[in-house]
Design a protein around this ligand. Sequence first.
Ligand code: CP3
Length: 342
Amino acid sequence: MARAKLLRVLDGETLSPPPLWLMRQAGRYLPEYRETRAKAGSFLDLCYDPELAAEVTLQPIRRFGFDAAILFSDILVIPDALGRSLRFVEGEGPRLNPLAVEDIPRLDPSRAEAHLQPVIEAVRRIRAGLPAETALIGFCGAPWTVATYMIAGRGTPDQAPSRLFAFRDPEAMDRLLELLADMSADYLLRQLRAGADCVQIFESWGGVLDEAAFRRFAIRPVARIVAKLRAAIPDAKVVGFAKGAGAMLDAYRRETGVDALGLDWTVPTDVAKRLQEEGPVQGNLDPLRLVAGGRALEEGVDAILGELGNGPLVFNLGHGITPDAPIAHVEALVRRVRDFKA
Ligand code: CP3
């Protein structure tokens, strides 16, 4: 069977036009998502319902024919599996029981396998429902990013609670991150064995760390995950999306061992070009160009294709699609990328 385009690019091939998918492509900008979400009840109920999670994963594939589907779930199912009482407050975001240093020795990963079984079942159903040429991406949050939500108990603008935690007790932070890395590696391996073709690690909050802290708390635990994956599945393909990592992106690839770098929209094209000389890159259209449409969208797409389209590129946004993105603009984006010839 022919290898999916996304996987060929992750192998290092250049394809013209490049394969295309969008972070958060299953979401509130789609009426069919909102309908399924209403049937499920809460967002977390949807994540743990294999049939409905598979349905919303497949919706954007049916509508737009993207080259990859991404498992519908959330990075915070890992702390949920640890019993940190996760809930999502409508219009505000996640809330968890804030984690203190004393709680770390009591964290018990033994319930995770059973707790996450519905997600693994969703992976199996999605793969069965996808066209062969469409890749299925599994994912998890990077340990540092997941830890920031566990420690603050919510999203914060600069992750000050977790940075202070890490500077006051770095050994405790190491222990927390190792536990999350080991759980995440097991979780990704189960996704790969259930039918995911590759995985992406979401490091949304790496950009708040100084260099030494970035190496210790962001790079080191992700390197641990990648090493565990490769020990079990030597050719496992991994994308690392380290939002805001800027000047540390090159080190992030070399020192974690990820195959491809996901780039946010603030990475300049000449920097992206240099990173692409070392391996595949993914990105990096500003999601608000998609909301604005018209010239803003066309110029943004053309700049990425013009600079990165003759090397290994996976076209994507630089972060998740927002609920106010018009469907007609997504259609225009797909047309413009598909019309590209290097
Ligand atoms: O990309 C996809 O389509 C796959 C699904 C996916 C979701 N979350 C679904 C979701 C993925 C890959 C994520 C990752 C995730 N979740 C990250 C890393 C990427 C990033 O955005 O930085 C983070 C930090 C989270 C935690 C999280 N989940 C927050 C902060 C929020 C609230 C903000 C919001 O957009 O509402 C969520 C909720 C969430 N995760 C939604 C979806 C579709 C919205 C929930 C809803 O339907 O009401």
